[in-house]
Design a protein around this ligand. Structure first.
Ligand code: FPP
Length: 247
């Protein structure tokens, strides 16, 4: 939730075209699988492969933060077997891709309450966080058991101050406290909603929706989203004319 210290909102509005923070709602694994006569879990497995491809492309593009919605606080409502398969896939993916993240110097972070995840997943997540904690340039953030409303409730309960609370107090206690707000939020599969994802942090985010299912979302799809983002004018409440002047 921090901005580059020296930049005013007006300067941020004018700043370069590569988003500093991209957040993605990876949707459509189930439909992708159904169209191919496959199980939903096969769709998730194919989706996990795209995670690696998109992380690599985002590092190459100079995106500082990539936040992926991997499991929402509402996803526990899915059939037990699917939840179990998703946790197993998470663990397998961390083991498989962890080395590559270290090699590429990607710092690994999570948002959401991971204390509800199976113990082996928590251990693998914490271990990868520890091994990558000193990297600074690229950050991969997995949103796990994450939902904005749950995040807000946890943040409010963390605030010790008595009396009036301001936005800064809340922002500093959100899971994203040390992260910049997302510049660009991408949702795949044609659905046009945010589904409890980064609702407070997306106040000024650019939104990009594509009909492509997540398992078909590759490096060139990300590039397409980045090109669309580059055309957007971010005004943060200012007028276009104001943004053209230097003060
Ligand atoms: C949404 O598709 C996808 C999810 C709820 C899970 C996202 C998980 C992955 C991409 C794979 C594993 C991720 C990691 C980080 C290893 P959906 O099932 O809602 O699709 P549908 O709307 O077509 O049914």
């Amino acid at each position: 939730m921090i901005r580059r210290k020296t930049e005013t909102p007006k300067k941020i509005a004018r700043c370069g075209s590569i988003p500093r923070h991209v957040a993605i709602i990876m949707d459509g694994n189930g439909r992708w699988a159904k169209e191919r006569g496959l199980s939903r879990v096969s769709g998730h497995k194919e989706g996990a492969k795209r995670v690696l491809e998109v992380v690599e492309e985002s590092v190459k593009s100079g995106i500082e933060y990539l936040t992926l919605y991997a499991f929402s606080s509402e996803n526990w409502n899915r059939p037990k077997l699917e939840v179990k398969a998703l946790m197993k896939l998470l663990l397998a993916s961390l083991k498989k891709y962890g080395k590559l993240f270290i090699e590429k110097e990607v710092r690994f972070l999570t948002i959401g309450d991971i204390s509800a995840l199976p113990k082996d997943c928590q251990d693998a997540l914490n271990s990868l966080k520890k091994q990558t904690e000193n990297f600074t340039k690229s950050n991969l953030v997995l949103a796990l058991n994450y939902g904005s409303r749950d995040e807000l409730v946890r943040a409010v309960n963390k605030i010790e101050k008595k009396g009036k609370v301001c936005w800064k107090d809340i922002a500093e206690n959100l899971d994203t406290a040390k992260m910049p707000d997302p510049d660009l939020i991408i949702r795949t599969s044609g659905e046009m909603r945010l589904s409890n994802y980064l609702l407070l942090q997306s106040a000024y985010s650019e939104l990009y929706f594509t009909n492509v299912y997540w398992p078909d979302f590759n490096a060139s799809q990300l590039e397409k989203a980045l090109c669309e983002y580059a055309k957007r004018e971010r005004r943060y409440g200012f007028t276009t004319e104001q943004l053209k002047t230097n003060d």
